[in-house]
Design a protein around this ligand. Structure first.
Ligand code: HEC
Ligand code: HEC
Ligand code: HEC
Ligand code: HEC
Length: 428
């Protein structure tokens, strides 16, 4: 048994548990698709290879340059693994939160108790160990245009400033010591048997499968390790985008062989069973992903909105974590102020009224207002919030990087508050 203790028990629990576990809607959302029974029935061994268009292969890159780029873009402020030395705690976007949750962080008990529920959704992130298991062309595309992979994980990989040449170098670095695996042929594999195994082995305890939902969505019962594993389990709909057949069969048989620190336990499948499951994941017809709608933009509020209200609901709550004041607080002001994740300093301090009024550095390094209107009349401050909603819907806005960077978009009501405040002339 892997690190997920008591999985057997949990499987039994899962079989009787019903209800959702507050998972966010995945972009390839599994709403309104065929029931699992009909999904299984519609699959036959003769099913054609998936219609997913093949991406162009990743151009060759330079792993040494890739390593340097990883340092410049500070992948180690979020990810462990891949030979990176973790950033110190005061720079790390997940370690500090993890320590608050476990109580290791040096702070009074009452402070930890107050913070804990707020940091809980920002404590998990995949490591970059064993990234050579992924299809290179997928990695190359993902680094330039990331998308959501894990339905239960709130943060996403941020859109960093990575161009094609840099993505090729990073891909070479990430895949430099891929585990070699036996060649495999999926000829004659049974998709039906693959589907049966997915259901029997309760893969749905941790995974969603958008487009052919797995029966069990147990919620986060079980141990802390199991909660973490379920949070970090990708939507299996994406397997065909991310994997070639040979590493996939090896993974399904023994995940630790390809990624020693993975939280996916070995599920005890024999090689021919792993082959059937792999064939199903790579080839079964899936219902098309329901397009994720961009939430409605609410009309301006009639009532007066003060800075104090927007500050509590938005700036202090969320933006300050990356746009702090470098003098008033411990730390460096954050990546949105003094630079980080490969971005140059934009000097945007959202921790006070004066800071916001002082604006930011534009791409030419000149001071500019954060309220300046884009060509469609939307103030920049509002445009970045709307851009994040569009990124989540899979339609990044070329004019603006979505904010908060790599974190869930604000609610329509929070955006309405910011927009109303700006339109009223930013009263104090
Ligand atoms: C601000 C935090 C942050 C930074 C900085 C960051 N990432 Fe990520 N990355 C994430 C998160 C969160 C995910 C998980 C996304 C998901 O599951 O949807 C992720 C996912 C990934 C994945 C997919 C891994 C998997 O197992 O699915 C790769 C590869 C990756 N990042 C590479 C990088 C590289 C290379 C860098 C530096 C150039 C980097 N990331 C910088 C937060 C970050
Ligand atoms: C030194 C420790 C520390 C570091 C480093 C840190 N945080 Fe936090 N973070 C906190 C604390 C404490 C809270 C809870 C604040 C509260 O409840 O008032 C928090 C809360 C959050 C929240 C939750 C906000 C909400 O919705 O209530 C987000 C998002 C966040 N941090 C993002 C980040 C990002 C992004 C980074 C990396 C740039 C980061 N944090 C680095 C300590 C830290
Ligand atoms: C206890 C939770 C858990 C269970 C049960 C589980 N998995 Fe996983 N699985 C994970 C996690 C976590 C990952 C992500 C691996 C990582 O990043 O370390 C994963 C990754 C995968 C991947 C790669 C997906 C990708 O896009 O990278 C496949 C395929 C997969 N699992 C198949 C299965 C199958 C088939 C079963 C049932 C036989 C199963 N899993 C059961 C937790 C689980
Ligand atoms: C995880 C860190 C992070 C969080 C959280 C975050 N930002 Fe940012 N922000 C950045 C970084 C990094 C940049 C610089 C990006 C660039 O130069 O393209 C930036 C840039 C900006 C810009 C300038 C964008 C442009 O194109 O000129 C605005 C405006 C902005 N952020 C607003 C916000 C607001 C409002 C929030 C809270 C809702 C927020 N940010 C939360 C990291 C963050």
């Amino acid at each position: 048994m892997g690190p997920v203790g008591g999985l057997g028990l949990a499987v039994v629990a899962a079989a009787v548990a019903v209800g959702s576990c507050g998972r966010k809607e995945a972009p390839g959302g599994s709403s309104g698709v065929a029931s699992s029974a009909s999904a299984a029935a519609s699959v036959s061994a003769a099913a054609p290879v998936a219609a997913t268009a093949k991406r162009p292969p990743a151009p060759p890159g330079d792993a040494e340059r890739g390593k340097k780029l990883a340092q410049e873009h500070e992948c180690h402020r979020c990810h462990d693994g891949a030979g990176l030395t973790a950033a110190p705690r005061e720079k790390h976007c997940f370690h500090c939160h993890q320590q608050i949750v476990t109580g290791e962080f040096p702070a009074p008990k009452h402070a930890l108790a107050k913070w804990r529920p707020n940091v809980a959704p920002v404590q998990d992130v995949p490591t970059l160990e064993g990234a050579g298991r992924f299809d290179r062309s997928w990695l190359f595309a993902f680094l330039q245009e990331p998308h959501d992979l894990r339905p239960a994980l709130a943060p996403t990989m941020p859109r960093l400033a990575i161009d094609a040449a840099e993505a090729a170098d990073l891909t070479s670095w990430l895949t430099r010591d891929a585990t070699s695996v036996e060649a495999v042929s999926l000829e004659g594999a049974s998709l039906e048997r693959g589907r049966e195994l997915l259901e029997q082995r309760a893969c749905g305890i941790c995974h969603e499968l958008g487009g052919a939902p797995l029966p069990q969505r147990p919620g986060f019962t079980g141990s802390e390790t199991q909660r973490k594993a379920a949070t970090l389990a990708p939507d299996l709909r994406l397997t065909r985008e991310r994997w070639e057949a040979a590493p996939l069969v090896a993974w399904i048989q023994d995940p630790k062989r390809l990624k020693p620190d993975t939280l996916m336990p070995s599920m005890g499948l024999k090689r021919d069973e792993a082959r059937d499951v792999a064939a199903y994941l790579l080839r079964a017809p899936l219902a098309p992903a329901a397009p994720r709608p961009v939430p409605p933009r609410l009309p301006l509020l009639e009532r007066r909105v003060t800075f104090a209200e927007v500050d509590t609901a938005v700036f202090t709550k969320i933006c300050r974590h990356c746009h702090g004041n470098e003098d008033a607080e411990l730390g460096d002001g954050g990546p949105g102020n003094t630079g980080g994740f490969g971005f140059s300093p934009r000097k945007l301090d959202l921790a006070s009224y004066a800071g916001i009024a002082a604006g930011l550095l534009d791409t030419k390094g000149e001071r500019a207002s954060v309220f300046a209107k884009l060509d469609d009349g939307t103030p920049r401050l509002v445009a970045v919030l709307l851009a994040r909603q569009k990124e989540e819907a899979g339609r990044p806005d070329p004019r603006a990087r979505g904010m908060p960077l790599g974190l869930p978009s604000l609610t329509p009501e929070q955006i309405q508050l910011v927009e109303t405040w700006v339109s009223q002339g930013r009263p104090r």
